[in-house]
Design a protein around this ligand. Structure first.
Ligand code: ZN
Length: 287
């Protein structure tokens, strides 16, 4: 991935809400088990950002070993796990991500027993449009054959993409444009909006234990908290038909719409919120 986009992804933790005390304790515990706590840092107070290399093994990613140890998914607990050049990861390595992405926890089974480690993180995966990276680029020519492009795309499995909330195409931006002073909202401002949206969600789920964000909503919650007016319902119906969306994608769109509406401080879901969320499912149609 190009340096400018990598810079953008490294910024993700800077717009996330501050760690709560409980979250800080959970994350610290994992680093302590691994002997990774730095001298003079008894408590980890910022969200972790982990970016393992594509040569990592499945045990390195989800944990394992004779005496089971947590892997990268647990070191990313309450933070961000970033997989750059994701089609380069071994297929079995990507497949083992499905459990933690779905459950926020990972189970390491051994003959005698099995161990659970926490693994709730934001998964960010990046990949190029083709092996050389220039497909669709206006300034460079792509030299890949259609077969090479197809083989490259097929390395990311549908079930994994299906579990990813938002798909975005990031055009290459020269680094000087990104780092210039007038390049938009600052991280601090965005973080403020994120914190506000998070407190709306905290209030929404105050009766539930360990429930703090829209991402955790069950289909029953979605019915209760994502009520659609007729135009929004029609728009979503059309999107489902056109893109051939799965039930899982349908529910994800509603959850993301709820979050977009929270960021907008809007109690009701509006057509514009649904329309924005549908845009983030762009890879659903080409799986
Ligand atoms: Zn190419």
């Amino acid at each position: 991935m190009k340096a400018s986009s990598l810079h953008l992804i490294r910024m993700v933790p800077t717009i996330l809400p501050d760690l709560t005390f409980e979250e800080a304790l959970e994350t610290t515990k994992i680093y302590s088990v691994m002997g990774l706590l730095k001298n003079g840092t008894p408590l980890i107070s910022s969200r972790p950002f982990r970016a393992p290399h594509h040569t990592i093994s499945d045990a390195g990613l989800i944990g394992g070993g004779q005496i089971p140890k947590p892997g990268e998914v647990s070191l990313a607990h309450n933070g961000v796990l970033f997989l750059d050049e994701s089609p380069e990861f071994k297929k079995n390595v990507l497949e083992v991500l499905r459990q933690p992405v779905e459950d926020g926890t990972v189970t390491i089974s051994r003959a005698a027993s099995s161990l659970n480690f926490p693994a709730r993180f934001i998964l960010v995966i990046a990949f190029n449009p083709c092996p050389c990276g220039y497909l669709g680029d206006l300034k460079h020519n792509c030299k890949c054959t259609p077969t090479q492009v197809q083989r490259y795309e097929s390395r990311l499995s549908g079930p994994l993409l299906d579990r990813i909330d938002m798909h975005l195409e990031v055009p290459s931006v020269p680094y000087k444009d990104m780092s210039s002073a007038d390049s938009g909202e600052s991280s601090a401002l965005i973080k403020e909006r994120v914190q506000q949206a998070r407190s709306i969600q905290k209030k929404r789920f105050e009766q539930r234990k360990n429930y703090y964000s829209n991402g955790q909503m069950t289909p029953k919650d979605i019915k209760k908290f994502c009520i659609l007016d007729t135009p929004s319902e029609k728009l979503l119906e059309k999107a489902v038909d056109r893109l051939g969306l799965s039930a899982r994608s349908y529910h994800r769109i509603l959850k993301i719409s709820r979050t977009i509406a929270d960021l907008d401080q809007s109690e009701n879901l509006q057509t514009k919120h649904i329309a924005e969320a549908v845009q983030y499912r762009r890879l659903d149609c080409c799986k």
